[in-house]
Design a protein around this ligand. Structure first.
Ligand code: ZN
Length: 683
């Protein structure tokens, strides 16, 4: 026994006993032991099988993530210098370990041997999936390539990592470089007080008089929405949409050559692995079957939503002309007049709504939805060791009183906590010798804490966020798959992982669900119908315009990866990025982009992030979740047999089967786009 709390863990992490000084020694020890164990497994057996290789590997990986999970979680929610330093010191160790495993030729051969053995046919679906996924991932890491090609592949990966981080750096430098000092306060007319306050504070931070605007989103975006001064909007729009480009203020940060090179290297890497292009490579780990299916899907959405988007845009033009005498809407006018039109048509103040959504009512309402759909009981447990006094802990039991999962709930924003909302796994379901380890989740949000004696009050958007993250949580906690790498959300493809979360959001709009939870915290009065009707009416404001904008990004991202042409590139004509973007815009966009617009130079999701040839996933998952909910619209929003089908075919199955098969088993057919269009008011 050591004194290191991370190495003595059984069950839930002992948060109060974990010291930052424990982290590096614990990870060093666990990674060394894991390496030894893998080596021993490979050396000891002659013929590999599930019991002597795959299951032991599952346990080795599970042990690493069980120890790393509280460290990485605490780094996000109670950050400190010591913890961050320890966390950062471990990142390269972990990535080195996983690269080593991913390139382990002997391990790859062992998996192939099992896949070809007679025993393989006797394994269950989850077990087969683990083996097939492993072989796929080995191949995608280039392990099967001949020596020379493998060296080139590694070289490409290193170059890509350098180029994409340079892209991001240029964008950051260009964003930080632009500032505008304001001395005449009337220039800021229209901005909310909070934005003016931010501008004042930014000026003070730089020891300047007046106000300071920047291209960071919290400064930039309110100007686009609210600033009455058209010239100011134009100036900032231009600065923002030309960042890190040939049109920008400083050519040193021009991303143009990097973007061409990134696309060329991705294409070459995909070719080495035997794919026609990088989009095919991207789909190798996703739900979508092939590139034609993705483009067909996106184009079908365009066809249906473009007429609606055009109509909405015409309404906006008419409104700007009639109310403001502006007849030539430019890109920098669209958000501004849209906001005016929204206020004009659907004025709702969040302050009016919040008193109806006190914390405990929202939680009770959420738990009652889950109870009515799946027959689950959720109750709070006290005296659990957590990382902060505001954190609550709950357990989920099913109709047979079987413990299905537990979760930590950390709702409020505070210092040293990363922003946003997310679900993460603390423990994953695992069965060893008939002993079940129940899954445990972290549900983290950044809502306003209670003020004075009042309970915490949530906006409707926050309620939706809560349901969304809880949907991820249910996917993780209700799994019945016994092996960590395909249980819960593990091994679920990227374009399918948002299905259970977006699916849960639907109940936030259902009157019968709201009646249960939306009650005034002082009077107990239910949410007034007039307010509910306004919320519903505002829900789909400019849904068509938003849809075609997302489709423009998705189709652009996909086409530049599908249509990359090596011969054209080698002729010095680049990757045709803007040629393709302009074609897409001609077909899809309703708001005309100015000539100077260099959107792609700042599209870091696909040039620097993980969304390359994958941006379509957002829409894809929305189709799945809307279509899944449509079964409940047909059968009743609390229909238990529909709930049972969703539970048994989706939530319990995790990544153990292809998501298309799971979806078909649940819905009785392949997904259709109709429900999404109807829910967005587009159909
Ligand atoms: Zn999500």
């Amino acid at each position: 026994m050591t004194n290191n709390a991370l190495l003595n863990m059984t069950g839930l992490p002992p948060f109060s006993k974990i010291d930052p000084s424990d982290v590096v020694p614990a990870m060093d020890q666990i990674l060394t032991e894991s390496r030894d164990q893998v080596k021993r497994l490979l050396d000891e057996a002659v013929t590999y099988n599930w019991d002597n290789l795959v299951m032991p590997l599952e346990l080795i990986e599970e042990r690493i993530s069980r120890i790393w999970s509280p460290v990485s979680h605490m780094n996000s929610v109670i950050n400190s210098d010591d913890l961050r330093e320890a966390y950062n010191a471990c990142l390269p160790k972990l990535s080195e370990y996983s690269t080593e495993m991913g390139q382990n030729q002997k391990l790859f051969n062992a998996f192939k041997q099992i896949a070809q053995s007679d025993e393989f046919l006797l394994l269950n679906e989850g077990q087969k999936k683990i083996i097939n996924n492993a072989i796929r991932d080995f191949r995608l890491s280039g392990v099967e390539l001949a020596n020379e090609e493998q060296a080139r592949y590694k070289d490409i990966m290193q170059q890509l990592s350098r180029l994409t981080s340079q892209y991001e750096q240029n964008l950051l430098d260009a964003t930080n470089d632009w500032k505008k000092e304001i001395h005449d306060k009337s220039l800021l007319n229209g901005l909310p007080e909070s934005s003016k306050g931010l501008a004042k504070q930014m000026a003070e931070n730089e020891k300047k008089d007046g106000w300071l605007l920047s291209l960071e989103f919290p400064s930039y975006y309110p100007v686009m929405l609210y600033a009455d001064n058209r010239a100011l909007r134009e100036e900032m729009h231009k600065a923002y949409s030309t960042r890190a480009s040939d049109q920008g203020s400083n050519r040193d940060w021009d991303n143009s050559p990097l973007m061409d090179e990134i696309l060329a290297l991705r294409h070459e890497a995909a070719n080495l692995l035997g794919f026609k292009n990088y989009a095919e490579r991207s789909l190798a780990t996703k739900m979508a079957a092939n590139t034609e299916q993705v483009l067909g899907f996106l184009n079908e959405l365009v066809e249906k939503s473009l007429p609606v988007a055009k109509k909405e845009y015409a309404e906006l033009q008419a409104f700007a002309k009639k109310e403001y005498g502006v007849s030539d809407l430019e890109a920098w006018d669209v958000p501004y007049f849209s906001e005016k039109l929204r206020e004009h048509t659907y004025a709702i103040s969040q302050e009016e709504i919040k008193p109806y959504f006190p914390e405990n009512n929202v939680l009770d309402g959420l738990f009652s939805v889950v109870n009515r759909l799946y027959g689950l009981q959720i109750s709070e447990l006290n005296n659990i060791d957590t990382w902060h006094k505001d954190v609550r802990f709950f357990e989920i039991r099913d109709e047979h009183n079987e413990l299905r999962g537990q979760f930590f709930l950390d709702l409020y924003a505070r210092q040293n906590k990363r922003g946003g909302a997310w679900m993460d796994d603390c423990l994953t379901r695992l069965v060893v010798d008939d002993q079940v380890q129940a899954p445990v989740a972290y549900l983290t949000c950044n809502f306003s804490p209670p003020i004075g004696d009042a309970p915490a009050l949530f906006t409707h958007t926050e309620v939706i966020t809560m349901f969304h993250e809880f949907g991820h949580g249910l996917h993780h906690m209700l799994t019945k798959i016994d092996y960590p790498s395909v249980s819960g959300i593990s091994g679920v493809p990227w374009d399918a992982v948002e299905l259970p979360s977006q699916f849960m959001e639907n109940w936030c709009w259902e009157k019968s669900a709201l009646d249960n939870m939306a009650k005034h915290y002082e009077t107990g009065e239910p949410l007034p119908d007039a307010l509910y009707n306004k919320m519903m009416a505002a829900k789909n404001f400019q849904a068509g315009m938003q849809m075609v904008r997302q489709l423009e990004f998705s189709i652009f991202d996909f086409r530049i990866h599908v249509e990359f042409d090596k011969a054209v590139y080698e002729n010095g004509k680049g990757a045709r990025i803007y040629e393709i973007l302009n074609q897409v815009r001609d077909k899809v966009a309703v708001v005309k982009a100015p000539e100077f617009n260099r959107f792609a130079h700042g599209f870091s999701h696909i040039f620097a992030g993980g969304y390359a040839a994958g941006y379509y996933s957002y829409k894809w998952a929305e189709v799945l979740s809307a279509d899944a909910f449509s079964l409940f619209e047909e059968e009743g929003v609390f229909d238990q047999s529909a709930g049972k089908r969703f539970l048994e075919n989706i939530l319990e199955k995790g990544g153990s089967k292809e998501p298309m098969e799971l979806f078909k088993a649940f819905r009785g057919r392949e997904p259709k786009i109709d429900a999404l269009l109807r829910h967005s008011g587009i159909a």
